[in-house]
Design a protein around this ligand. Structure first.
Ligand code: BJ8
Length: 438
C-alpha cells in the first residue's frame, strides 16, 4: 500500500488507534511489499484472478483488520490462533473470528530477542517479534490467543506468555482420540463463554459446511496442479493457501471460485503457469506462513515446478473434510474432533499416516523429486524427513532437504543446491524414459 493510496490514511489512523508503532510498521510493510514484488509479481503467466490474493496479502494488516474491528463493533469476538488444529468451524459457529497469527516475515525475527532465545524456529520468533515491535495489529484485537501443545517451541512460548492452550495429543491411540474429543468440547465451551451465547446445532452445521467448502475449493484448485501443464504455479498456489487462513471465509470462497473458473479455462486451452517445462516436485515439511515463500520462489526460478504441497500451508490444511452427516450436537463435535485428529503433524509419534499421504500424493501429482522444506530448529520435520525418505524408498524418488530461516542471505547457496538437485532429477527422468523404451 503506497502513501498515495486513499485507503492508506484511513489505515494509518486505524493502526495509530491500535497503538502500533507506525514507523516500524512502515518498515515491515516495505519489506513485505519488496519480497512480493520480486517474487510473485515478477512472474509471467499468472492467472489474472491472483490479483485478489495479492490484495489479500497486503490486506492482512489493512482491510482484514478493519473487518475484524467492524465485526467486534457489532458485538462479535475474535481470537488469535497459531495452528491448524484449532477447529475454525466451532469458533465461527459462536460468532468468533479465528485469526491465525503465525508470522512469516524475516523483518520481525530479531525483535523476538526481547523474550525468546535465538535458537528457536523463525515462525515463532517472527510471530512474537511482530508483537514485541508493536507491528502486529491483532495484538490488541483478540480477547485471547489460543496456543496448543504441539512442538516444544510453541508449548514453552505459551507458558512464557501466559496463553491458554489446547492439549493436542502426541500419539494416536484410542485414549488420545478421547482426550482430543474432550479438548474439542472444552474449546466449544470456551467459545460459548467468549461469545456469551450457546452454539446452536444449525449454526454449527452451517459453519461445518462452509469450512468444508473452503477445503473443497482448495482441493479443486490444487487438483489443476496434477495436469502435465499446471495452470497455476507452486508459488501462487502457496499464496492461495496462505490467504485462505487469514481472509474472511466468504470473501475467500468468492475469490477462489473466480480463480477456479480461470484455471479451468486455462487448462482447456493448455495455458501453463511455467515458461519452461521442468521436473515436477513435491514440497514436504514445515509450514510457510503468509509472507514467507523463499523455497518455492528459489525452486521455481531454478527450473523446478512445485506441483504439490504437503504442509500445513498445503494439503494438510484442506485434505480432510468434516463428516456433514452427523446428527446431534454431540456427534457433530466428535466428527469435528476426528477430522482434526487425522492431521499428520510431525509432532505426532509415530506419524506413519504422513508417509502414506506423501506416497499417495507423489503418485497422484506425478512427481519426480521431493523437496523437504525445513524451518531452522523445526526438529520434528527435520528428523522426520529421514524417516519419510526411508518409508518411501521403494518409489525411487530423489529428495533434497533444505533447512533455512526467513533471511535472504542464503538464497544463492540454496539456488546452487537446487540446481544440482534439478540435474539429478532430470538425469533420473531421462534414464527412466530410456528404460521404458519411450
Ligand atoms: S499442525 S506444523 S501449524 S504445529 S515450524 S512452530 S512445528 S518448530 S507450525 Fe505447526 Fe500446527 Fe504442526 Fe501445522 Fe514448531 Fe516447526 Fe516452528 Fe511449527
Amino acid at each position: 500500500m503506497s502513501a498515495s493510496d486513499p485507503a492508506a490514511l484511513t489505515y494509518r489512523r486505524m493502526w495509530a488507534d491500535l497503538g502500533m508503532n507506525l514507523e516500524l510498521h512502515d518498515q515491515m510493510l516495505e519489506a513485505i511489499e519488496r519480497v512480493h514484488r520480486t517474487t510473485h509479481l515478477a512472474r509471467r503467466n499468472r492467472p489474472l484472478a491472483m490479483s485478489e490474493f495479492d490484495a489479500a496479502l497486503h490486506g492482512a494488516h489493512g482491510s482484514r483488520v478493519a473487518e475484524i474491528i467492524e465485526h467486534r463493533r457489532r458485538g462479535g469476538k475474535s481470537i488469535g490462533t497459531f495452528c491448524i488444529y484449532v477447529p475454525d468451524e466451532i469458533a465461527l459457529a459462536a460468532g468468533v473470528i479465528p485469526m491465525p497469527l503465525c508470522g512469516g516475515t524475516g523483518w520481525s525475527v530479531d525483535y523476538a530477542d526481547k523474550m525468546f532465545p535465538r535458537d528457536i524456529c523463525p515462525l515463532v520468533r517472527s510471530t512474537f517479534g511482530l508483537a514485541f515491535s508493536g507491528t502486529c495489529p491483532y495484538k490488541t484485537l483478540k480477547e485471547f490467543a489460543l496456543g496448543e501443545t504441539t512442538c516444544d517451541a510453541k508449548k514453552k512460548a505459551w507458558d512464557l506468555l501466559g496463553f491458554p492452550s489446547l492439549e493436542v495429543p502426541q500419539k494416536k491411540t484410542d485414549i488420545d482420540r478421547e482426550l482430543w474429543r474432550s479438548e474439542v468440547r472444552r474449546f466449544a465451551r470456551e467459545m460459548e463463554k467468549l461469545a456469551g451465547r450457546p452454539i446452536e446445532k444449525e449454526a454449527l452445521a452451517r459453519s461445518v459446511r462452509k469450512v468444508n467448502d473452503r477445503r473443497r475449493v482448495l482441493q479443486r484448485i490444487n487438483g489443476y496442479r496434477m495436469l502435465a501443464e499446471p495452470p497455476i504455479s507452486g508459488l501462487d498456489a502457496l499464496l492461495v493457501s496462505q490467504t485462505a487462513l487469514s481472509m474472511d471465509i466468504d470473501a475467500f470462497l468468492a475469490a477462489a471460485g473466480r480463480l477456479e473458473k480461470e484455471l479451468e479455462s486455462r487448462a482447456v486451452k493448455g495455458v501453463s503457469a511455467y515458461e519452461k517445462p521442468g521436473p515436477r516436485i513435491l514440497y514436504a515439511g514445515s509450514p510457510s506462513p503468509l509472507g514467507y515463500s523463499k523455497l518455492h520462489y528459489v525452486a521455481e526460478t531454478s527450473g523446478l515446478r512445485i506441483v504439490a504441497d504437503e504442509s500445513c500451508t498445503g494439503s494438510r490444511y484442506y485434505r480432510d473434510l468434516v463428516d456433514e452427516g452427523s446428527g446431534d450436537l454431540d456427534s457433530m463435535y466428535d466428527a469435528i474432533a476426528d477430522r482434526y485428529f487425522a492431521i499428520d503433524c510431525a509432532c505426532f509419534s509415530p506419524n506413519s499416516e504422513r508417509f502414506d499421504n506423501v506416497r499417495r500424493m507423489a503418485g497422484e501429482f506425478g512427481v519426480s523429486g521431493i523437496l523437504h522444506g525445513v524451518l531452522q530448529y523445526c526438529h520434528g520435520y527435520d528428523i522426520e524427513s529421514r524417516a519419510l525418505d526411508k518409508a518411501i524408498a521403494d518409489l525411487s524418488i530423489p529428495s533434497l532437504k533444505i533447512v533455512t530461516d526467513y533471511s535472504e542471505q542464503d538464497i544463492e547457496q540454496i539456488r546452487v543446491r537446487i540446481e544440482t538437485f534439478r540435474e539429478l532429477v532430470e538425469h533420473g527422468e531421462k534414464r527412466q524414459t530410456a528404460g521404458s523404451g519411450v
